[in-house]
Design a binder for this molecule. Structure first.
Ligand SMILES: *Cc1c(COP(=O)(O)O)cnc(C)c1O
Length: 497
């Protein structure tokens, strides 16, 4: 049918001189002539016959509609579209562009110059090479994901990393799921289904819009028992709320905010003995969950998973792709009997991780056995500990090239600035950094010059994402790694508009 219809209307008749399209017959080549042209061979080889044919038909249909509109609409349409070149080489070029565009992945690498190292919208932690290689292998080879090589029997995927997690956290048992939100959901659903969970009103956090402790609690089938006030919660608040209806006491890391002023919160050293007195398990949602004391690298202190376990928590949940620096996942460590219950919950099967995640996580965890080498090896820590002098040298090297590419409409300077850890880790701590600041030049100022600049940077093959503040675009160079810098500079040439 289509060959026929393509042939039957491949010629348009009519005078369209007013529209700038030549009068008389307008010929569009038949689709089979385009596909059988030698110039189409690379397209057929790359995209296959079916897709190429569909794209060619769609292209011809659009051109036909455009020419008709130009003929009927007179000058207006022609002014917009002009007269297209409908020779076969020209059509093949249009076809190639169309196929390339429709096959471009919507998930693309970008430059994160926002100054936020663990940027949730940009995919959080970047993985070290050891993890990248392990993921590649796991995709190309069958793996002993649930196969015990020693016994030749069925195994448990959690066992692949459990021992390492116990070594690094001091916990009795561990399990792993899709992300920390899943970890919290699974934990609550297992331990507190139909029962109460006591949480301080100061810790009812919302993470990135969709994750709110009260909502997760409801979905998990648990009943939230809020205690205390937003700014102050006392031990007696927990004590008075505890009863036979209570399944769990829970502390939630106030990841993305800090309550300051007249405040009081109850820490583990007080809450753990109380939970033991009532014989109620104590859970801590650590959020970022770091495995080492970050102070040894000159970073602010963040309570570690080990400290939380040693402090008396029965269950601890944390993310794999925040400060830990691994792939997206959620880890639950804690008491053996509770972890065993969690693993038996049918929801665990729905929330489990795949082999790519486990392949990536294991080498990342293994890096923690050499904490002294961690800032060199763990990408996240490497970025967080980069001295501002590094970024300053980078800024000075890039500045002239960015200025040349942007032209006289913008003024580029280098400046000290502050990076953030991101993903709710240590929200009030800032890391001294350095980068480039782009301001619209005073003379010849165009309206919305910053918006235009951002748009031009986003339109590059590798989009550049900065941060707008104080009437300028700030490009923090902390996350521009050595191996990315050349790519960054190379594509600046395309900016020249
Ligand atoms: C980030 C965070 C979560 C959610 O973790 P994801 O890994 O993003 O699912 C839950 N609780 C706290 C306290 C967090 O900081």
């Amino acid at each position: 049918m289509s060959e026929q219809s393509a042939r039957s209307d491949n010629t348009l008749h009519g005078a369209v001189s007013a529209a700038g399209v030549p009068a008389g017959a307008i010929r569009l080549p038949a689709v089979h002539l385009i596909l059988s042209d030698a110039g189409c061979e690379p397209l057929l080889a790359a995209y296959g016959r079916v897709q190429t044919l569909d794209a060619a038909r769609a292209l011809l249909a659009e051109l036909r509609a455009m020419l008709l509109a130009a003929r009927e609409g007179g000058e207006t349409a022609a002014a917009v579209t002009g007269a297209p070149d409908t020779s076969i080489p020209s059509l093949l070029a249009m076809l190639a562009a169309r196929l390339q565009e429709q096959n471009a992945s919507p998930l693309r690498p970008v430059f994160n110059l926002t100054g936020t190292v663990l940027h949730t919208n940009l995919g959080r932690a970047l993985l070290p090479d050891a993890a990248v290689q392990a993921v590649v292998d796991s995709m190309r080879w069958p793996m002993n994901l649930e196969w015990d090589i020693d016994t030749g029997k069925r195994g448990d995927r959690d066992n692949l990393i459990e021992e390492l997690l116990l070594e690094l956290t001091g916990a009795e048992a561990a399990t792993i799921v899709n992300n920390n939100a899943a970890a919290v959901l699974l934990m609550l659903n297992t331990v507190a289904l139909g029962k109460e969970v006591i949480v301080s009103r100061g810790e009812l956090v919302e993470i990135g819009g969709a994750f709110r402790i009260p909502d997760v609690m409801t979905r998990a089938g648990a009943v939230l028992r809020e205690v205390g006030a937003t700014n102050r919660t006392h031990l007696k608040d927990y004590d008075e709320a505890a009863g036979p209806q209570t399944a769990l006491m829970m502390k939630v890391h106030t990841s993305n905010y800090a309550i300051t002023g007249f405040t009081k919160s109850i820490e583990l050293d007080e809450l753990a003995p109380l939970s033991k007195k009532h014989n109620i398990p104590l859970a801590v949602d650590l959020g970022s969950g770091t495995l080492v004391d970050l102070e040894q690298y000159g970073l602010p202190h963040e309570t570690t998973v080990r400290e939380t376990i040693e402090g008396g928590a029965d269950l601890v949940t944390f993310s794999g792709d925040k400060l830990l620096g691994g792939p997206q996942c959620g880890i639950i460590v804690g008491r053996k009997d509770l972890i065993a219950q969690i693993k038996k919950n049918p929801l665990k099967r729905a929330l489990r991780v795949g082999k790519l995640t486990l392949a990536a996580l294991e080498p990342v965890l293994a890096l923690y056995r050499a904490p002294d080498l961690l800032p060199e090896r763990l990408t996240t820590l490497k970025l967080l500990t980069r001295p501002a002098a590094d970024m300053r040298a980078q800024a000075q090297a890039i500045l002239p090239q960015l200025q040349a590419a942007l032209g006289a409409g913008y003024e580029v300077t280098d400046a000290a600035m502050f990076s953030q850890i991101g993903s709710g880790a240590l929200p009030v701590d800032q890391l001294p950094s350095h980068g480039l600041v782009v301001r619209p030049a005073a003379a010849g100022r165009v309206s919305n010059a910053l918006g235009v600049l951002e748009q031009r940077l986003r339109a590059l093959p590798l989009p550049v994402i900065g941060r707008v503040a104080q009437d300028a675009l700030w490009l923090d160079l902390r996350c521009l790694q050595d191996y990315q810098q050349q790519r960054f500079i190379e594509q600046l040439g395309l900016l020249t508009a």
